[in-house]
Write a protein that binds this ligand. Sequence first.
Ligand code: GLA
Length: 389
Amino acid sequence: MSTERLNLTDRAEEARGAFADRFGRQPEGIWAAPGRANLIGEHTDYNDGFVLPLAIDHRVTVAAARRADDRLRLLSLEKGERELTLSDIGPGLVEGWAGYVAGAVWSLAREGAAVGGLDLALTSDVPVGSGLSSSAAVECATVLATRDLYGGPDDLARLALIAQRAENEVVGVPSGIMDQMASMACIAGHVLLLDTRSLAAEQVPFDPDAAGLTLLVIDTRVSHALADGAYAERRRACEKAARLLGLPALRDATEADVAAAADLLGEVRHRRARHVVTENARVLEVVARLRAGRLEAIGPLLTASHESLRDDYEVSAPELDTAVEAALTSGALGARMTGAGFGGCALALAPAVEVGAVTRTVTAAFANQGFRAPTVFAVHPAHGARRLA
Ligand code: GLA
């Protein structure tokens, strides 16, 4: 993957140039979809709960054109080339990166769109395997391009569900709807308050720079192998806890319900459920503070989310805990892991003047522990998926 940071126009030109070189013609259009960071609301989306992600200014850019046959020719500037026919696509049939692209085309066709062949050239600067949803960005950019070229729904929530189906059914990862909704529906300068039950979405202004703050991503650059199995296991535990409580989902439980059912749930499920209900409450409290113009006051809620994910939900990792602790001791107002966990990224909200200190302290703490050097960078709430040309 190219680590070079290009602006939107340069990315579009890069995709257009690669398309023209490889396929010997011009694309019909160019689309982009961003990765996301989740400010708060972790492991709540598959419990019908609340999430509060932002799109980040790292994205997948796709140049595409229709074909007269049913072939799909894919070029990824980072990953290589693949060729397949539409009838080759289905659950578990397409290995590796191409599954996200082909899956998105397949999923739109399943919705009833009359989808034919495509040539697609993709380029991405979303870090892969870091929990910043590079896969949702690929799915959303492809869904949008295919929809514009062959037709399909206008509604962003429906498009996000189509992208999610690619991930759930073709790639086979049982993820919730947060990542695809964030990539499709976020707007610059805002976080997206999403009710994952109704898919009602509200844009909440979020401008750290204006408050003299910076939202930092600390990429631990590790991804622990148990991630996939553990994600599915957490999901099953939550579903079982909701059944035991006699509720449709943990979204419907209160802290008091969960506390009263400690014996019924058993020790581990009790802690899992407690994370989900307290996390939903923290999301709503963060939104209340943002709406009151108190961005600097959300820090303790971010840190409380991390503690709950570490102790009750048990999806953190030593690298994430080190990143959070080091950020907090060097001036960050709050810090937490973001995404599924077991590696990937942490977020730290810090006064802009402390960014150097936080970066140095985190980097030194990693070196002390013998961890691989992290990458630390600022993110700004960016725009969701759209057509560029
Ligand atoms: C992954 C999934 C999301 C969500 C998060 C945890 O990113 O794709 O649906 O469950 O983990 O909050």
